[in-house]
Design a protein around this ligand. Structure first.
Ligand code: ATP
Length: 597
């Protein structure tokens, strides 16, 4: 496939708001790809060069792109353009380079989108009729740019991007720029791609469920697409756990009382619910490219954050392993566990080594999914726990075998839960004694029990919502530039976000400032395509779906205005959830289930 044909499909996808049409276009695209094109095209569709779990970023700033684009500006043409805006920006300078940059900046100020600016510039100054390169060729060239590192790499990146662009038409240039800047947002997620794969193969949705289950076990959309498009349904059976590729972590369902839990689940393991950060640990002692890889609950790679794991894992008597754990910071002097806010300081990309010394972590390990070439997710939990116990016998104190109570008695469960709350923990997680490891949130193998039973007057659990936009402040908050923000839940069925609340309280001055900075970074010139928002709630500034916040409320009521048809009463911000992506926000389906319970 040529890169130009690929871009034509991208522009068609961009032009439609109808999900079915998007799915149809994607399915059509999938059916025209050769085997080797499938993986790169899948990543490119998500605006990336590698699967989500691989940290391969361009690190190419918008400013640098403007400098690159300025090289395409015809200097003769510049002399004719002397409108006010460009003059203000320095177009009077005699240096043509400065002039050209100012010209690009002025265009950017006018359109607000650097992809569109590129298209305009290329249509005006480049006028290439055809871009004959294959999609694989352009992908390979882009990869070289992203992999540039070390001294002088910025200049090399700029030069190479210039080279890629110099063979582009106006349309292909627009998409190259968006991909390099990470702003290609076509308004669908990997979930829509699963739908499209089913349509491509079967002409209907019948393969969707099977695809989703396979994707949860091995979260690599490129590999999954390749298997299903080349080998069909049969290929899915062999799509199994692979060391180094994230597995969607098991998540909890909600039930209200201990009695209900025992009734539904029978014999259970009860474990403290630690308030840290989820870490799925992959270890490959003899691996050539990597030995330790970790993933967040969001399936992102987090390996760089945990330097202590290398030596801790080397001491285990296994060569390959996948462990599921919660990492919590502790105070080395008092040995006390630290609050979530301190634990997540590890998330900062800089000063990791220093933070690791200041805030050492304990990894509370609660499951093992794979050992020395063997996938063990299908054996009962009590057997996996035995295997885990043996493995952790040789471990140093970085790993803690998460303590458990085994019971089938509701009273014992209640007592254990109360004791954990008394210890300052979040509550407990209850796991069915003989359950398989079920990736994602399904079945009743895991249930969480946080608040005390019978606590009324407020919603017994918080929700994780996506920030969809914000309103400029009034009164005191004018100075923050933000007075409230709009949040929504994720509708899995239609891959859209629907509003549930406008939040204007519960934030300290500092938090308002932080929200403003975060929202500004995500601001979008129009409503993202997969937002459903009623007219009266339209925010002053839209934000792209990326920021997830944990929200508490008193209750959930029916709402004629919010597009989720539910609204949170007295919503307030609990904290920002950097460990979650928009696809991991509370779903519309969960919200409905909570209100029905
Ligand atoms: P919450 O918002 O309540 O912290 P969540 O929405 O992140 O939870 P849930 O599925 O509700 O996710 O709860 C599971 C989370 O609890 C896991 O992702 C993990 O981070 C954390 N956790 C803490 N202790 C345990 C444990 N013993 N077993 C499993 N998960 C645990």
């Amino acid at each position: 496939m040529t890169f130009e044909d690929f871009c034509i499909t991208l522009s068609r996808i961009e032009a439609t708001t109808l999900r079915l049409e998007m799915t149809r276009l994607l399915a059509e695209l999938f059916n025209t790809l050769s085997e080797d094109e499938i993986e790169p095209v899948c990543w490119l569709l998500l605006g990336r060069l590698a699967p989500l779990y691989e940290n391969l970023e361009f690190n190419f700033a918008e400013k640098m792109m403007m400098r690159t684009l300025a090289e395409f500006v015809d200097h003769k043409a510049l002399n004719d353009t002397r409108d006010n805006q460009t003059e203000q920006l320095g177009l009077l300078s005699t240096d043509v380079k400065v002039k050209a940059i100012a010209y690009v900046q002025a265009q950017f100020k006018e359109t607000g989108d650097i992809g569109d600016v590129t298209e305009i510039l290329f249509a005006k100054f480049q006028q290439k009729k055809k871009d004959v390169r294959s999609v694989a060729e352009v992908y390979a060239a882009l990869r070289v740019i992203a992999e540039e590192g070390g001294g002088g790499s910025q200049d090399r990146k700029l030069r190479k991007t210039f080279n890629v662009l110099s063979l582009c038409t106006a349309q292909t240039a627009k998409y190259v720029v968006r991909i390099v800047l990470g702003t290609l947002r076509l308004g669908f997620s990997d979930m829509t791609m699963l739908d499209a794969l089913s349509w491509a193969k079967k002409g209907d949705k019948s393969l969707r469920k099977a695809l989703e289950l396979a994707y949860q076990v091995k979260a690599d959309i490129g590999k999954l697409a390749r298997v299903v498009l080349t080998r069909g349904e049969k290929g899915l059976n062999a799509f199994e756990i692979e060391l180094g590729i994230p597995i969607a972590p098991a998540l909890c369902q909600r039930l209200k009382t201990a009695d209900e839990m025992i009734e539904k689940m029978g014999k259970v393991f009860v474990e403290p619910k630690y308030d840290g950060t989820r870490v799925l640990i992959h270890f490959n002692r003899n691996g050539k490219d990597w030995q330790v890889r970790t993933f967040t609950r969001n399936l992102e790679e987090s390996s760089g954050m945990f330097p202590e794991l290398q030596s801790a894992l080397s001491q285990l008597h296994v060569d390959e392993i996948i462990l599921d754990s919660e990492a919590v910071g502790y105070d080395p002097e008092t040995d006390k566990l630290l609050p979530f806010q301190l634990t997540i300081q590890r998330k900062r990309k800089h000063d990791v080594a220093e933070t690791a010394l200041k805030i050492p972590l304990r990894f509370f390990v609660f499951d093992v999914l794979y050992v020395d070439g063997k996938n063990i997710v299908h054996i009962p939990l009590h057997e996996r726990k035995k295997i885990l116990n043996n493995i952790l016998l040789g471990a140093d104190s970085t790993f803690v075998n998460s303590p458990t109570l085994v019971t089938e008695n509701a009273e014992a469960l209640r007592k254990y839960h109360a004791a954990q709350l008394g210890n300052g923990l979040e509550g407990v997680v209850i796991k069915q004694y003989a359950s398989e490891y079920q990736p994602g949130r399904r079945g009743w193998s895991w249930v969480k029990f946080k608040e005390e039973e019978g606590s009324t007057g407020k919603l017994s659990d918080t929700l994780d919502c996506v920030v969809m936009g914000y309103y400029k402040g009034q009164g005191k908050r004018t100075s923050f530039g933000i007075g409230a923000f709009l949040v929504g839940v994720y509708d899995e069925k239609s891959d859209t976000f629907r509003t549930v609340a406008k939040i204007g309280t519960g934030l300290s001055d500092e938090q308002w400032r932080e929200m403003k900075v975060r929202c500004e970074r995500l601001s979008s010139s129009g409503a993202p395509k997969n937002y459903i928002v009623a007219e009266p709630l339209i925010p002053d500034v839209w934000t792209k779906a990326a920021l997830v916040v944990e929200v508490a409320a008193d209750e959930i009521t029916n709402s004629p205005t919010h597009s989720a048809e539910k609204a949170l009463r007295f919503p307030r911000l609990v904290r920002i959830r950097d460990d979650k992506g928009p696809g991991q926000a509370t779903t519309l389906q969960e919200l409905r289930a909570i209100t029905m319970a």
